[in-house]
Design a protein around this ligand. Structure first.
Ligand SMILES: *Cc1c(COP(=O)(O)O)cnc(C)c1O
Length: 310
């Protein structure tokens, strides 16, 4: 089902498959706006959500209630690129009589296929890699036809469907998706390896690096490490801002999934509404920088980040 945005895809999935009185378990490290949707808006309509650790299966088990209808995750997570075991969470969801929905925005269908690993529903923000050039907003919900019948009913009745023009742009995007994702991933891996060597970098978060805590799992589940690389700079927020302000080629924006590389300071942008305590608990420090690695020559990206070499 094609929707007007990624958020509309998430909303349609929940409106189609859940009712007032149902319970959702979601990972704490989902997209910030998804947190707002579950914790503020849907709560007012009688849907309760418990947030748990993406990677701790025991927390998921402990959160199950008799009315749990949906497990909701994103993997790899934003911005720390944590990876969960999709097959294991699908098993836990099914044991609880619930469905597993995976927001597959970061990998796109070119790099990860959650339905094949046991998930029931896959959600995309097509705004990101499926378009690939930041031109249109759109989203998608995928799953078995019978299961998605009520999602279709919601979309047709309430109307957050994809416009015909945007559908045409996304179909053009899909024609090059596979090749773009290979090129994004190759650049991201090269940049992550370089970042690990720079004196100004304290730690790199990228599932394609052997130093990533879930590297082995990521390499089973995903075709590559993906295109998002995060890293802690030495010197905290000031050093992170100095680095970001010094870039000329990389665009400073919270968006991702573009042919152009984008750089973000999560603590003061995408995650600024998260409390300082919650950010600290999640390991999201003030020195953290996220790059959605684009299709430029990797040497030009390194040159744009030259402050890290000093
Ligand atoms: C951007 C994003 C969304 C929301 O998509 P929109 O198309 O901007 O509504 C949902 N999930 C993830 C992981 C995203 O990055």
């Amino acid at each position: 089902m094609a929707t007007s945005s990624g958020m509309a895809a998430i909303l349609a999935c929940v409106m189609g498959l859940c009712s007032a009185g149902d319970h959702v378990i979601a990972s704490r490290s989902i997209f910030g706006t998804s947190v707002q949707l579950f914790s503020n808006i849907l709560q007012r309509w009688g849907l309760q959500t418990t947030f748990v650790s993406l990677t701790d299966a025991e927390e998921w088990k402990a959160a199950v209630q008799s009315n749990t209808k949906l497990f909701f995750v994103e993997t790899p997570s934003n911005p720390l690129t944590e990876v969960c075991d999709i097959g294991l969470l699908a098993e836990l969801a099914h044991q609880a009589g619930a469905l597993l929905a995976v927001d597959n925005c970061f990998c796109s269908p070119a790099l990860q296929k959650p339905l094949g690993l046991g998930a029931d529903i896959v959600i995309h923000s097509a705004t990101k890699y499926i378009d690939g050039q930041g031109r249109c907003l759109g989203g998608a919900v995928l799953g078995k036809k019978d299961l998605l019948e009520p999602v279709y009913g919601f979309l047709r009745t309430a109307g957050p469907t994809m416009s015909a023009f945007n559908a045409w742009v996304f179909l053009k995007g899909l024609e090059t998706l596979y090749i773009r994702m290979q090129a994004h991933s190759k650049n991201a891996l090269a940049l992550a390896q370089w970042l690990e060597q720079q004196p100004g970098v304290a730690r790199v978060y990228y599932p394609g690096l052997p130093s990533h805590p879930q590297h082995a799992l990521a390499m089973q589940q995903q075709q590559t490490g993906g295109a998002i690389v995060s890293f802690d700079v030495k010197g905290g927020k000031e050093a992170a801002w100095r680095l970001i302000d010094a870039t000329r080629l990389i665009s400073i924006t919270a968006n991702l999934g573009d042919a152009k590389s984008t750089i973000t300071h999560p603590a003061t942008t995408t995650h600024s509404r998260v409390t300082v305590e919650a950010r600290a608990a999640a390991g999201l420090g003030d020195g953290l920088v996220r790059i959605a690695v684009g299709l430029e020559h990797v040497d030009d990206l390194k040159a744009d980040l030259a402050l890290l070499s000093l």
